[in-house]
Design a protein around this ligand. Structure first.
Ligand SMILES: O=C(O)c1cc(C(=O)O)c2c(n1)C(=O)C(=O)c1cc(C(=O)O)[nH]c1-2
Length: 250
């Protein structure tokens, strides 16, 4: 790509990254939504993904700190509020803990991150480092996976509710608000990227940032799939109670 794309063509290129690389295509995601995961795998998914949830306000604070424009900061700070809440017990992270509570996971185990897979930790750290090290445009573009999250959340939530008797609407309450928040946030970020990616180089950088983010989400599911289905978890990571039964049945 050496030519400058129109704003619409840039949007189409960004959407194509999602269509071909977003985690809605990942085998673990497909198994999760179809009911094929064991309960232990669902627990491992929720425990590992907590680290992603917990890093989101940190990465948004890092982005906020780099913004010179007060109007931009006013827009962006809502993301931190959505995840942290205005007070204890509110916000997205608290709702994620409701999910892990309902799955019977110990809060200390979840929040400390000590039972997460090594690859989850590397992936999450890579995301936070990316938004600190790269340009503001790339940092903002890396959030554009949210263009695609309403679609994956809808399919995943419906599939989990239908296929796992231990999942209730209350367990998945985290996801109720996300599609609306994600649309608001990704509309804003997409508008920013279309407005400020004004050279072929900047457009390539924005597309590359979205590819990076998709690869990071993909890597987290690769790690789960490998550890809990094909191989075995890292010795210090979460061990599922049903793994032995599964192997005996094979
Ligand atoms: O359930 C999902 O599949 C999913 C995906 C993503 C995403 O695409 O990064 C986010 C979320 N959920 C989410 O809940 C969330 O708060 C969020 C924030 C961000 C971001 O990069 O700023 N992505 C996502």
């Amino acid at each position: 790509m050496t030519e400058l794309l129109t704003a619409d063509a840039l949007e189409a290129a960004l959407r194509d990254v999602g269509a071909t690389r977003y985690h809605h295509l990942h085998p673990f995601q497909l198994r999760l939504q179809s009911g094929a995961c064991s309960r232990g795998e669902v627990e491992a998914w929720a425990l590992n993904r907590y680290l992603y949830q917990a890093c989101i306000p940190q990465k948004d604070a890092a982005i906020l700190a780099r913004m010179d424009d007060a109007q931009l900061r006013r827009e962006w700070r809502q993301r931190i509020i959505d995840h942290d809440g205005e007070r204890e017990g509110e916000g997205g992270i608290a709702k994620w803990l409701k999910l892990t509570d309902d799955l019977g996971l110990d809060r200390e185990d979840v929040m400390s991150g000590r039972l997460a897979l090594p690859a989850t930790k590397f992936a999450v750290n890579a995301y936070v480092s990316f938004v600190k090290d790269r340009s503001l445009l790339e940092a903002i573009a890396s959030s554009l996976t949210e263009l695609f999250s309403p679609m994956v959340i809808k399919i995943r939530s419906a599939g989990m509710l239908e296929n796992y008797d231990f999942i209730t609407p209350e367990t998945l309450a985290y996801f109720n608000k996300r599609p609306v928040q994600a649309k608001r946030d990704s509309d804003f970020a997409l508008d920013y990227v279309k407005r400020y990616a004004t050279t072929p180089e900047l457009q390539r950088a924005a597309i590359g940032a979205l590819e990076f983010k998709c690869s990071m989400l993909w890597a987290m599911l690769d790690a789960l799939e490998h550890a809990y289905l094909y191989a075995k978890p890292w010795p210090d990571a979460f061990q599922t109670a049903d793994r032995g039964q599964r192997q005996a049945a094979e």
